[in-house]
Write a protein that binds this ligand. Sequence first.
Ligand code: PEP
Ligand code: MG
Length: 580
Amino acid sequence: MSFTLHGIGVSKGIAIGKVYIVDRDQIEVSEYNLAIHLIDAEVERFENALKLAREQLQRIQSQIPKDTSQDVAAFIETHLLMLEDSLLSKAPVQLIRELQCNAEWALKLQCDSVVKIFEDMDDPYLRARKDDVEQVVIRVQRILRGYTDLPSDPTDEQLANSIILADDLSPADTIFMQHRGVLAFATEYGGATSHTAILARSLAIPAIVGLRRARPYIRQDDMLIVDGFQGVVLVDPDERTLRYYKTRQKEEKRYRASLSKIKEAPTVTLDGTPISLHTNIEFPEDMVAVRRVGGEGVGLYRTEFLFLNRQHPPDEEEHLEAYLRVIKAMRGGTVTIRTLDLGADKRFDMGSKQERPQGSNPALGLRAIRLCLRELKLFKPQLRAVLRASAMGKVRMLLPMVCGVQELVQVHNLLNEIREEFRQKSIKFDPEMPIGAMVEVPAMALCTDLFAPYIDFLSIGTNDLIQYTLAIDRVDDSVNYLYDPLHPAVLRLIKTSIDGANKLSKPISMCGEMASDSRYVRLLLGLGLRGFSVNPESYLEVKQIITTTDMGNLEKLANRMLKTSSHLDMAHLLELINAH
Ligand code: PEP
Ligand code: MG
C-alpha cells in the first residue's frame, strides 16, 4: 500500500530506491534490586562497560578516513568527552549505590534526566545534542547487555544504491557510510544540524530528518521515494507516482547539468554589467561544494562554527589552520572571514564557566562584535590569525552586527596594536587587508554613508536586517509569518545602504539568504546591488539568473516596489521583474 510520511528536508534532491533499515535495536532495560554485597561488583561492571565503550570509540576514531568532514569527525570526540563527563560516569555509580539497583537501570535513570535537561534548552543546536547523549548511552547499554564488539555494520552491497532509514545515525554510522553509494538518508530523529544533515549536504545527496514513528511502517527493501525539497518520503509508490518522480529526478539532473555548463562563464548580465558572485561557507569542508560549482570567492565565512561542539575556544593556531585550508582551496580567490558572531541563536557550550547568562532578549544583547569587544580573550586570537592569514592569500575581514562608529574605531585600534607587534617580530601580514562591516541593523543601513569612511567594504546580512527592522525574533516560530524580505521597510533599507555605499565608492554586496533566493535576484539587481554571496547549492541558479538578465528598466520596476505595501501589487511587480 502506498503512503506518505512527512519530515524535515535538510538536503535537497530526489532519490528513488530500496530502503536499507539500520536497526540499532533499542535496548529494553529492567530494574533489579541487588543485595548489598553485590554492589561493588556492579559498580565495577559499569565502569568496565564505560572503559570498553571508550575503547570502541577510540578504535572508530583511529579508522576515520582522511577525507571525512572535520565536523562529522568532531562528533566522535564529543562522544568520548561525554563518556568522561561525571554526569554519565559518576552519577550512575552513585545511583547504583543509593538505589541498590543494576547498572543498566541506574544508567537509564541518569540518561532520562540528562536528556530532559537538553530537551528544555532553547537553543536548537544544543537541544539536538540530546541525541548524542542517547547514542553514547545505547553504546554502554549494549556492552552491559553483553554485546562487547562494535555493532555489526551493513555490508557495502547493502549500502550501495540504498536509501538508509534509521531512528538516528550516530557519527560513527555516518563516517562509515561515506562514499559507499548511499542514495539518501531518512531518520526519525535529528534536525538541520544533525550529523545526518551535515553529511548529506557535504555528499550532495537528499536527506530528511524528523520522520517520527516511520520505522514501524516500513519494511526492509521497501521501495521509497525521498523528496528532500519537500521533506517527504513516499513508501511503496504506485506506478504513476513513480513515473512522476522519475521524470522530476531526470529534470532535476538535466537542470543541474545545464547549470554546470555556466560554471566557467563570466558573471555578467546580458547587457554587460559585471556582477561579483561569491559563496557563503561555514566549515573549511564546504570548499568542496564551492569548488564543485566553480565559486569565484568566499563572501562570507561564518567562523563561529569553529566554536561549536567543543569544550574550549580555538586558539590562534587553530583559527589560522582553518583559514589556511579555505585560502588554499580558494586558489587565489578572495576569502572574506567574518569574525565571531556568537550570542543569541548561536550559543556555544564551553562549560558553565565561560557561558555568560543570556539577557532577557538575547538577539538585542551581547552578541557578535559586542561580545568580541567585551571578551578580548576570544577576539584577539582571531584578529591575529586573520592578519597572519592575510599574508597567504586575498583575505578580507568582515565584522558582524556593527551599529556604531565607535565599534569600528575599537577594532582598528586593536588591529593597529597587533600590526605593530607583528612588525616588530617580523610576522608577515597584508597591511592593506580590507576591513568590512555587515549591514544587519537599521542603524547601519541608514548611515552607511557615515560609516563608510571607517571601512573598505560592506555586506548586507538580510537574515538579521529583517529581524531587526520588523522586530521579529528569527528563531521564534510563532512570528515567522511576519518574516518578509519584501516588506517596503526592508527594501528601502537595502536601497539606502547601497546608495550610501555607492556615494563613497565602497563596494557593497549581500550575503543574507535573500541573495540566495532565486525570486529576488533581479529585484536586487534593480535596487542597484552588484555583489552577491550565496550558498553553494544556490550558486549556479543565481548565476544563471544574472547572466540572463537584461537590466533594461529593472531599476524603475524595482523602485516601484519601494512604494508598494499591497501584497497583490508586490506579487504583480515581482512577476514583471522576473519576466524581464
Ligand atoms: C545575516 O544576518 O544575514 C547573515 C548573513 O548572518 P547570519 O545568518 O550568520 O546571522
Ligand atoms: Mg547575521
